[in-house]
Structure formats: structure tokens, C-alpha cells
Write a protein that binds this ligand. Sequence first.
Ligand code: B16
Ligand code: MG
Length: 219
Amino acid sequence: MIKGFIFDLDGVITDTAELHYAAWKKLSDDMGWQFDRELNEKLRGISRMDSIKVIMDHNGVSLDEDTVVELATKKNDIYVESLDDMTPEDYLPGARELLTHLRSEGFRVALGSASKNATKVLKQLNATHFFDVIGDGNSVSRSKPAPDIFLYAAEKLGLPPENCIVFEDAEKGIDAAKAGKFHSVGIGPEERVGHSDIRFDTMKEATLFEVKSYFKDLF
Ligand code: B16
Ligand code: MG
């Protein structure tokens, strides 16, 4: 039976991808690196250090580890500053409604994000109270597609994976959910999250009613 829900943050609760894009773009311009929206798509759901490595590989650049950390920190400073402008108006359409619905029906709810800035994002959205457990980039060391962040969240919720549904917008995020034997809901296009149990184009369509209808034997 389904007792818990685990949510990714960027691309599911809110669209921080645009802010990540602007920060990576600024760093890349300063460094003379090529960076565009297509490359930004490849960073969806992956950690900050993995992200900078993808950008450097794309540009055929190799630097010592200390410099890479320094540059990733620079990008993060730009990103974190931009979060100050985020408000409770910045939920993706449908996300707040779903979280409210889950709370009123008594489900256990966790965050399972790769971001080390997740608590700040939740605070800006005024969303912290929706979550019983916060699993973020500081909770585990192996990032998606490893299932670790979702396993961490489920353990803290006190539930086995088969009692939880994971919501994810990233290809590697769905890989992670499947690797952990969770049920999965994909948010986004077929070519990205078509391997989820059920997929919706946006969070607006992913209502509790639709999710319950699909997983009807589990409710
Ligand atoms: P930070 P999610 C991910 O969030 C983003 O999709 C990804 O683009 C970003 O690199 C990653 O968080 C790390 O974020 O630099 O804030 O630690 O989709 O897992 O909620
Ligand atoms: Mg995401």
C-alpha cells in the first residue's frame, strides 16, 4: 500500500532550472566556455560537481580539482543570490495543490533532491511545513542515478520503497527511483521520463486523483 510520497525539487516543486542556467551561463561566459540551454538540460538532476564536469568535458577543458571546486563555488554564489528573489508564487502549477492534498489525507511526505540548497528553496517558497523529511544534496554522497537519496528519504519516513511513490523530472532521477524499487511518476516529455511507471507532461496534470487512479490497487 502507498503510504509515502517522495518529491524531487527542481522541475517538480519549482523550476529552479532557469536560475541554475543563468548562474552556469555567467560562469561560462566569464571563463570563455560554450554553454547553452541544450547543455543545461544535461545537468537536470545531477550534482553541482558532476554538472561542472559535464560543462568542462563539453568544452574540452581540464583543470586541477581545487580550481574546479573554486569555480563550482563561484557558480553557487551566483545561484544562491538569485534565490533571494524566489517567492511562494514560484511553485510549478499544481505542486502546492498536490502537497496540500497529501497533507490533508495524512500521507507521509519527503523531499529527495540533489541540491545542497534545498532548504533555502523550500524556505523561499514557504513549503517547509509540507515535508516530514528533507533529503537533499547534503544527506548522501552518491548522486542520482544511485537510489541513495530516495532510500535515505524512505528510511527516515519509516517506510519501505514499495510503500512510496517518487516524483521526478530527470531521466537519471527515474533511473534512481527504479534502482531503489520505488513506484515512480515522471514529470516531463516521453524521451526524458518515459521509463517511469506513469508520466505527466506537467505537475498540473499529476493530481492525487490521477495518481490514485493509476496505482488503484495500491491505495
Ligand atoms: P545545488 P533536483 C538538482 O535539483 C538540479 O536539477 C541540478 O541541476 C543541480 O545541479 C542539483 O540539484 C544540485 O544543486 O548546486 O543547489 O546543490 O532536481 O535534484 O531537485
Ligand atoms: Mg529535478
